[in-house]
Design a binder for this molecule. Structure first.
Ligand code: C5P
Length: 232
């Protein structure tokens, strides 16, 4: 198991609620994910504040643009001190390699660079409507292989995809998995969920967990319970 495999999804609408919530967590127990909503509302200053508080930050902005633009965005993200960032593998090999090369040139600790393959909100029919004639499962494998060939560190994937990816990709290729629910927590709008322990067992490296922690009456207590269960 990696050190601190839990990434708490900081899905809040503004900087003050995000910072207030982060103050209730411990950087020694988890990492944090900052996504579109919070980044658009609060900007890079919020990311720097979280980093300064000692948190490893996964900047989940899923870049997808021409290679030069994505490379520049990755360099800017590295400048904020983020631990991990991502892009869409569908942007292609040239884009992914440009991003990877841009991060190789930044000083200090290089952030992990991972890719989104197929959004879990898309099914075979959605893919077909945008001209992808293979099914989601095959497309996920294809894009994950391409991601690896381009020298990236890993992919975001659902727990359902993790076992297949573990078979075809090297052990050190990082799998980051959302859709996690402790056994005693309501699944909400997530359709296919697995428990934290099950996700690690089937090959995930890092677990993105949002509402089970952000909406808990005692977030730190919930986080501690998840972590000690994983360690047991
Ligand atoms: O609250 P919950 O645990 O469902 O949050 C999961 C987080 O992971 C959210 O930030 C969501 O946007 C993200 N995510 C996801 N499914 C994906 C990719 C990302 O739930 N396929």
């Amino acid at each position: 198991m990696h050190e601190r495999p839990v990434i708490v999804a900081l899905d809040f609408p503004d900087a003050s609620s995000a910072l207030e919530f982060a103050a209730r967590l411990e950087p020694s127990l988890c990492r944090l994910k900052v996504g579109f909503e919070l980044f658009v509302a609060a900007g890079p200053a919020l990311v720097e504040q979280l980093v300064n508080r000692g948190f490893d930050v996964f900047l989940d902005l899923k870049f997808h643009d021409i290679p030069n633009t994505v490379a520049a965005a990755c360099r800017a993200a590295a400048g904020l001190g983020v631990w991990m960032l991502n892009l869409h593998a569908g942007g292609g090999a040239t884009m992914m390699q440009a991003a990877r090369e841009a991060l190789d040139t930044v000083g200090g600790r290089r952030p992990l660079l991972i890719a989104v393959t197929v959004l879990t909100s898309m099914d075979d029919a959605d893919l077909n409507s945008v001209g992808v004639e293979v099914g989601a499962r095959e497309q996920v494998l294809r894009l994950a292989r391409l991601t690896h060939e381009c020298g990236l560190d890993g992919v975001v994937c659902s727990a359902a995809e993790a076992p297949d990816l573990r078979v075809v990709l090297p052990q050190d290729f990082v799998l980051v998995t959302p859709g996690i629910r402790p056994a005693d927590v309501d699944a909400g709008d997530q359709k296919r969920v697995v428990t934290p322990n099950e996700a690690l067992r089937i090959g995930a490296d890092y677990l993105v967990i949002g509402r089970p922690i952000t909406r808990a009456a005692d977030p730190l207590g919930r986080l501690q319970a998840i972590v000690s269960n994983l360690e047991a």
